[in-house]
Design a protein around this ligand. Sequence first.
Ligand code: HEC
Ligand code: HEC
Length: 331
Amino acid sequence: MKQLLFLLAVLVGSTVSAFANSTDKTDYARPLTIPFPANAPYDPGIATLGKMLFFDPRLSGAQNISCASCHNPSFGWETPVETAIGAANEPLGRHAPTALNGAWGGPFFWDGRAATLEEQAAGPITAEVEMNATFEEVITRLSQVSEYKAWFTKLFPGKGITRDTILQAIATYERTVVSGWSPFDRWVEGDETAIPDNAKRGFDLFVGEAGCAECHSGWNFSDNDFHDIGLGTEDVGREALETGNIRMRHAFKTPGLRNIALRAPFMHAGQLPDLETVILHYATGGIQRESLSPLMITFEPNQRDLDDLVAFMESLTESETILPTPILPAN
Ligand code: HEC
Ligand code: HEC
């Protein structure tokens, strides 16, 4: 069937390069299932509970901030500020990355310091600058909410509300946070009318001359690896975990690009305001320094190239997701 589609593409499409594209684009096909780890398999009840916790500010010390405050679904699961702002209204050192497609995304944080989503979620709850709570107070507080108590008792028999069950519920929910079907996906599936010609040309540049796909690979457009892309920054990034590995200085995890048009500003400290500025940064090759990734190349985009690359990235935006937010139990 696939071969037939390729043949059709050749017959209908006018150029040989249309054939080359149709082979490349299949590398970006959506997976059909979400990978859940064996020790935390999908369970609809646990995922629903995790969703409630994700949106519940009672997980923070002053009950004033939830995971969703910084990972806001309306902004591609990020916040539209350069660096995130914590419970004490103070800006953090880094930009909130998207919570989308975490099931495919480890290790977590810009520097990859958490191996799993469970481990990751413990960070913000207890970090003073983020949610500033202790598990002791969160467990006491949730235990006083009869509906939470009932849910935890039913879903985690013999365990109830503990640090681990809270984290497992949140992580299970996060694995269900998957970017929806985008025009790009429909094009990959064979609908040639799903995206405009300039977005197709932008895709060619992305996987070709502009070198983006060296790091932004696979359906989520990330190799989940760490690179210094030559941005001005004081942040040592991944080097904090790999002392002495010079390539890891100023290296950060490659973000996935799904719903990227909703996720400005960009980069680990929100340094770049829009997608065109991002492309222009790459075109210059970034700051030349010892740690700069050898995969960084220079190129000379004209205005059409810039527009086409942006059109391609915009085609990665999901079309019509409706996210019902949970009603949280009062007591
Ligand atoms: C005050 C804002 C803020 C809050 C609240 C917050 N986060 Fe984050 N989140 C961030 C920032 C900033 C980072 C990146 C920090 C770093 O890399 O050092 C991050 C990173 C992450 C990541 C890693 C994404 C990746 O691809 O590596 C996940 C997942 C995540 N947060 C989930 C959560 C969950 C779950 C909660 C609630 C328990 C939460 N966050 C609460 C700001 C916040
Ligand atoms: C050497 C690997 C590499 C190459 C090549 C590369 N990227 Fe990136 N990309 C990254 C990394 C790593 C980051 C995060 C860097 C940081 O914050 O310091 C990033 C960040 C981004 C972001 C911002 C994402 C966000 O959540 O803030 C966009 C958009 C982007 N890249 C698009 C592109 C485009 C378009 C190209 C080609 C012109 C490209 N990238 C080439 C590795 C790469």
